[in-house]
Design a protein around this ligand. Structure first.
Ligand code: NAP
Length: 278
């Protein structure tokens, strides 16, 4: 593999904000590999052409991000069972035979980010409140269930979307009304924000933390900013917090391994390289 020039990248629209090139190109240099990871701004109506082009151009594969994660799945020759359950892919691997395999590593990245922060973390430690019912929520809730969570309280501004998820994922997922979000925090072990509230350019998440137990872990899928108003408020009242950067870094590891043949490490130097872009 070391003598082969390997190319990959990320398709999105818009995609200029993506930190994935910083991550993968850092690893390419760190492991002395020949290759490059690029940004591909792909408009939605060009997605099929772009994905078919992967094979023709000889790319090892690519990541897909907003708004392509659901539509790209339909274009795969094979979809990993977990990605099929999530209903979206974030990684495409082109096999040596030219087949397109779709994976979703977001949930893996999320769980690993909790473990990096708290090696003794267990999904079965207590109830989890998950805010949001979009793509990130689907990956995170499924992974929590697969890790042994027995009670996930799911709340979304549009309740019907949360209900549809609960119907699909089974009785361990209980739906509450968005107006019950403050009360939903009582006796939980984990709070996850998967909404876009608190992201750079968006209003902060409107939630009161009075009922949140002091021992609960508070995590946010958002990584711009690194410390959202939710995480800041949780930290100031003494809760342990995990930001979305760990999820981003960890989801990249299996993709890099599939394309470049090395399972890369998340080092302080990588953290620094990504943080320098904020
Ligand atoms: P998405 O599918 O568009 O879902 C967005 C969610 O935000 C929906 O549940 C939506 O509720 C909710 N929302 C939007 N505006 C709201 C408001 N004003 N009040 C309350 N809820 C609101 O997006 P996604 O792909 O799941 O991504 C969600 C977040 O996760 C983004 O910030 C993204 O950057 C982050 N993310 C991070 C990583 C990582 O690697 N760290 C990976 C994926 C995503 P409705 O259903 O009511 O619209």
């Amino acid at each position: 593999m070391a003598n082969t020039y390997v190319m990959a990248g990320v398709m999105g629209w818009p995609v200029a904000h993506s930190r994935s090139p910083v991550i993968h190109n850092h690893w390419i240099r760190q492991y002395g590999l020949q290759g490059a990871y690029g940004l591909f701004p792909v408009q939605p109506h060009r997605l099929e052409d772009a994905i078919r082009g992967l094979r023709a151009l000889g790319l090892a594969g690519c990541n897909v991000t907003i708004p392509h994660k659901v539509d790209a799945m339909q274009l795969m020759d094979r979809v990993d069972p977990l990605a099929r359950r999530v209903g979206a892919i974030n990684t495409i691997v082109v096999t040596p035979e030219g087949a397109l395999h779709g994976f979703n590593n977001d949930g893996f990245g999320y769980i690993q980010s909790l473990r990096d922060a708290r090696p003794d973390w267990q999904a079965s430690a207590g109830p989890a409140t998950v805010l949001g019912a979009g793509g990130a929520a689907r990956a995170i809730v499924l992974s929590l269930l697969d890790q042994g969570a027995t009670e996930v309280r799911l709340l979304n501004r549009t309740r019907a979307k949360a209900q549809a998820m609960a119907d699909e994922f089974g009785p361990c997922v209980q739906v509450f009304d968005w107006s019950e979000r403050h009360e939903s925090l009582s006796s939980i072990a984990l709070l996850v924000n998967t909404t876009n509230q608190g992201m750079h350019g968006e209003p902060e998440l409107n939630i009161q933390l009075e009922r949140l137990p002091q021992e609960a872990l508070v995590s946010d899928a958002i990584y711009i900013p690194l410390e959202t108003p939710l995480l800041r408020a949780a930290r100031l009242r003494g809760n342990a917090t995990v930001n979305g950067l760990g999820m981003l870094l960890n989801q990249a590891r299996p993709a890099f391994q599939a394309w470049f043949g090395v399972l890369p490490e998340i080092t302080p130097a990588l953290h620094q390289a990504v943080m320098a872009t904020f």
